[in-house]
Ligand binder design. Structure first.
Ligand SMILES: CC(C)(COP(=O)(O)OP(=O)(O)OC[C@H]1O[C@@H](n2cnc3c(N)ncnc32)[C@H](O)[C@@H]1OP(=O)(O)O)[C@@H](O)C(=O)NCCC(=O)NCCS
Length: 398
């Protein structure tokens, strides 16, 4: 049967404020965070009949307890979507939500879906990294990976070893800059429009409402220099130049461009290409470089065509490795204009959609930019990149 590939568009994205693990969401269920996001997407897009949602793909890294039980399906039911709307769970560690987006995009492109919801959640307070894992001893015994590959902070130290030009001072300055950019974005009201307020209930403190991220903080180069290096004595990775341990959820609406036009849904971004790759697991932070090469090649673009970058800041070192590779300055204004995960937080499987939601907002503000990219490193040595086109592009490519 002859078939045309359909254009896939990012319609809208939302997220909960991100909490610190064990912080404001200590007594909130992980699935309730996702449900808030799905409900908010439907509220913000009333022109979308709920029965036109063809799929709900929700990622979580630790799929047990309130992040288990095929969370895409249970969250869809609890969000009030019709029982006829299917859902599933997905895992690619930090790139869970990114993979949820690329998976449903594949389904949209080949005509299996018209509209889908993709997102992710991680409640690292309820489900600490590594909870319940049982790695096959052969993976170490047969030297398939170095033991340090299973501790993300150690992989960041390993990357520092390989790239000595990226000093601790550079990593700290990058971390400080992330905090400053996020503080400015909050002051300018940039992040708030895509945050879903979440009702909180604490046995001790009573009711509350989460309306802003919990992790951002004031800091200075002097304070950063004093922080411990928990992954290696006299190392370079600290709480100030790494993403923290966080709780939060995201969700996005994707559609075929034709369906978006038919239903009157906004077109915030058009998907151009994507790429996932594997790298040596012990330097997993290197992943976004080859994944970006792959995505650029598939799109027939070069890095010079990309006008805006949303890079997940798992660790300053891995973003700096990416920037050095492409000859981009550490403080280039095209990169993470509103700061990143070092300030905002990184609830693992949710973060990919946060990057996309922010890029969509940047596109609206920057019609002079035609292409942007979202990229992230992924545990056990992978990278993922999605390239997007700005539908607001005014034809004057920069
Ligand atoms: C780095 C890490 C171990 C730190 O964990 P932690 O010790 O629980 O972090 P905290 O928030 O308690 O910070 C540690 C200390 O640094 C301080 N601190 C943190 N960030 C700071 C900043 N930007 N400026 C100044 N001080 C800061 C804290 O106040 C705390 O001080 P204290 O010990 O006096 O209380 C943890 O965040 C981590 O593992 N991050 C990586 C997560 C990860 O691997 N994600 C997946 C990526 S692939």
């Amino acid at each position: 049967m002859p078939r045309e590939v359909r254009e896939v568009v990012f319609v809208d994205g939302v997220r909960t404020p991100f909490g610190k693990a064990g912080g404001m969401y200590a007594e909130t269920r992980a699935d309730d965070l996702v449900i808030r996001c799905i409900r908010e997407l439907m509220r913000r897009n009333p022109q979308l009949p709920p029965d036109r949602v063809d799929e709900v793909a929700i990622a979580a890294t630790t799929q047990i307890g309130d992040q288990g039980l095929t969370i895409g399906r249970t969250a869809a039911l609890l969000s009030g979507l019709p029982k006829t709307v299917p859902g599933y769970a997905i895992d690619r560690m930090c790139a869970g939500a990114m993979t949820a987006v690329t998976n449903v995009a594949g389904g949209i492109a080949m005509g299996a879906y018209d509209v889908a919801i993709a997102g992710g959640v991680e409640h690292m307070g309820r489900h600490p990294m590594g909870e319940g894992v049982d790695p096959n001893p052969r993976i170490i015994a047969e030297k398939l990976v170095d033991p340090s590959a299973l501790v993300m902070g150690s992989t960041a130290e390993n990357l520092h070893d390989r790239l000595p030009q990226i000093t601790k001072e550079r990593a700290d300055r990058y971390g400080l800059n992330s905090q400053l950019k996020t503080a400015k974005a909050y002051a300018d009201g940039k992040l708030q429009p895509d945050l879903v307020p979440v009702a909180l209930r604490s046995a001790e403190q009573g009711w509350g409402l989460a309306t802003a991220d919990e992790a951002p903080r004031e800091t200075s180069m002097e304070k950063l220099a004093t922080l411990k290096t928990p992954f290696r004595p006299h190392g370079r990775v600290t709480a100030g130049n790494a993403a923290g341990l966080n709780d939060g959820a995201t969700a996005a609406l994707l559609a075929s461009e034709d369906t978006a036009r038919e239903l009157g849904l906004p077109v915030a971004m058009r998907m151009v290409s994507y790429g996932f790759v594997g790298v040596e697991p012990e330097i997993m932070g290197y992943g976004p470089i080859p994944s970006t090469e792959k995505a650029l090649k598939k799109a027939g673009l070069t890095i010079g065509d990309i006008g805006l970058f949303e890079l997940n800041e798992a660790f300053a070192i891995q973003v700096l490795a990416f920037l050095d590779h492409y000859g981009i300055a550490d403080d280039d204004p095209r990169v993470n204009p509103w700061g990143g995960a070092i300030a905002i937080g990184h609830p693992l499987a949710s973060s990919g959609v946060r990057l996309m939601t922010q890029l969509a907002r940047h596109f609206a503000e920057h019609p002079e930019v035609r292409y942007g990219l979202t990229a992230m490193c992924i545990g056990i040595g992978m990278g993922g990149t999605v390239i997007w086109e700005n539908p607001n592009w005014d034809g004057e490519a920069k």
